[in-house]
Design a protein. Structure first.
Ligand code: SF4
Ligand code: SF4
Length: 498
């Protein structure tokens, strides 16, 4: 067992109001420089929708992440050193400016300097790349709130596998529905961006798992941009270096939550440490799709287990970090309650950002059994009747499999009804408790879920481990280990594509 520590994250999608405050907080701090104009380390997408960059989930087009061909070991989907050299002048799977958008500003000076005329002067958009006037036709959030639009939502790759009837249901105007999907770099356990870099510029910090780009070593290969299936590495066209979310590590190191977490209006974001077994990543990455969620969970270790604590301390993990892992809210949602799921686990990067899936509105229909008041009523009918078809959510959060998703939704629903029975009183407590039992949840667990979801304090949402970097480096036996092998022994394992 090779115990490592990782700062992990959880976003509760049922609470996101799509206000984009998180994106702006990040933009103001980190990407308000020349060459970073088009970068959104944090962005909030409307689902169904095409996202940013457009159709980033279409791995037939972008070939990001890892794949496991039949009978072979897992390998990078498109990028290898040989291919990088072959594609040096043109990478066929690299997103282009058309997939992002041409960054622009406005001709504000014209408002002051325009000659006198019959019309009010305007500030026309100007390309920040060419300096010429442009007609804006795309932006970072172009399909915001257009969940039913045939132009955008119907191009969502997660619609794969839905029946025509389900698609019709999703896009009929009266039943139109969407939810918000905030995204940052997942600081993955098995990051394809790191594995793809010919210069070794990307690395995963040994002590906390944050994935970073060493600006001095970056040689502008841009393999990371192509290899990240979430398209969370960006190329700075001005400096000629790749950049990405740094999880506000300077803030974390001084005990503050990342800016997007701190500013989140819906309080949907949670952060806490998790311990994992780096020796098993390769084994789990080779599992079939349907076993990946369980496999990733099995990598995460119980921070209260004496054997784990022993192995962690032998590996130089400070006691205070282990204690913070024991308090981690992310561990509770992911492992204890199994409510939070990784996005697109089939990319096999093992994201360490997990999502509680949204409870979508239900389709109104007349219930033959009348009001929902009988113990034997269809307790969970509306999960199957959700306006967002389960298969859509399963494509996003379950590699196409519905099992783990349905488990999480049933438990969420049971907790809601239980709280309703306790506080509003229009649902019988007996039925609510039966729902809890059917959803594999005890009343004590329901109370804990309710409290951490709805009544949580700042300190409960963000359990930030102590991160004195100097101490962390000193505690690692090999100083290069903090950067080079980066907490997982995977890079020297399977081949990097062929
Ligand atoms: S999400 Fe982040 S860590 Fe994961 S592959 Fe992409 S850039 Fe790398
Ligand atoms: S600030 Fe929070 S609630 Fe608002 S869009 Fe971002 S994640 Fe959602």
């Amino acid at each position: 067992m090779n115990v490592r520590s990782q700062v992990a994250m959880m976003f509760h999608l049922d609470k996101c109001i799509g206000c984009h405050t998180c994106s702006i907080a990040c933009k103001n701090i980190w990407t308000d420089r020349k060459g970073t104009d088009y970068m959104w380390w944090n962005n909030v997408e409307t689902k169904p929708g095409t996202g940013f960059p457009t159709k980033w989930e279409d791995q037939e087009k972008f070939k990001g992440g890892w794949e496991k061909p039949d009978g072979q070991l897992v390998q990078l989907k498109s990028t290898s050193k040989l291919k990088v050299i072959g594609n040096i002048f043109h990478h066929p799977h690299m997103p282009s400016m058309d997939d992002y958008y041409e960054p622009w500003t406005y001709d504000y000076q014209n408002l002051f300097n325009a000659p006198e005329g019959a019309d009010q002067p305007t500030a026309r958009p100007i390309s920040m790349i060419t300096g010429e006037h442009i007609a804006v036709e795309a932006g970072p959030n172009w399909d915001d709130d257009l969940g039913g639009s045939p132009v955008y939502a119907q191009n969502d790759p997660n619609l794969d596998g839905l029946t025509e009837e389900q698609k019709l249901q999703l896009f009929s105007v009266e039943q139109l529905v969407f939810f918000y999907f905030p995204r940052i770099c997942n600081h993955c356990l098995n990051p394809s961006c790191v594995a793809s870099c010919p210069s070794g510029a990307l690395y995963k910090r040994g002590e906390d798992g944050i994935v970073l780009v060493d600006q001095k070593r970056c040689r502008a290969w841009r393999s990371c941009v192509a290899a990240c299936p979430y398209k969370k590495v960006y190329f700075n066209w001005f400096t000629g270096k790749s950049e990405k979310c740094i999880l506000c590590f300077p803030r974390l190191e001084t005990g503050q939550a990342p800016a997007c977490f701190h500013s989140c209006v819906g309080r949907i974001r949670y952060l806490g440490n998790m311990l994992y077994d780096a020796d098993r990543i390769e084994e789990v990455a080779n599992l079939p799709d349907e076993e990946l969620i369980e496999g990733q969970r099995s990598l995460i270790l119980d921070p209260n287990d004496p054997h784990v604590i022993d192995a962690a301390m032998k590996n130089g993990i400070p006691e205070a970090v282990i204690e913070s892992a024991q308090e981690s809210p992310v561990y509770k949602y992911v492992i204890d309650w199994k409510l939070a799921l990784p996005p697109h686990i089939e990319y096999r990067t093992f994201p360490m950002l997990f999502y509680v899936p949204p409870m979508a509105p239900v389709i109104a229909r007349r219930r033959e059994s009348g009001a929902l008041d009988a113990v034997n009523d269809e307790l969970f009918h509306d999960i199957e009747d959700s306006r967002v078809p389960l298969q859509f959510l399963a494509n996003l959060f379950g590699a196409g499999q519905q099992g783990h998703l349905v488990y999480a939704l049933r438990k969420q629903k049971a907790v809601r009804w239980y709280r309703r029975a306790l506080t509003v009183g229009d649902v019988s407590l007996e039925m609510a408790e039966q729902m809890l039992a059917e959803a594999d949840c005890t009343p004590e667990e329901a109370d804990a879920i309710y409290k951490l979801t709805s009544l949580c304090t700042f300190e409960e949402r963000f359990v930030i481990p102590p991160m004195q970097r100097e101490q962390a480096l000193a505690s690692l036996s090999d100083p290069h280990e903090a950067k080079a092998s980066a907490g997982f022994g995977f890079l020297s394992g399977p081949k990097r594509g062929s």
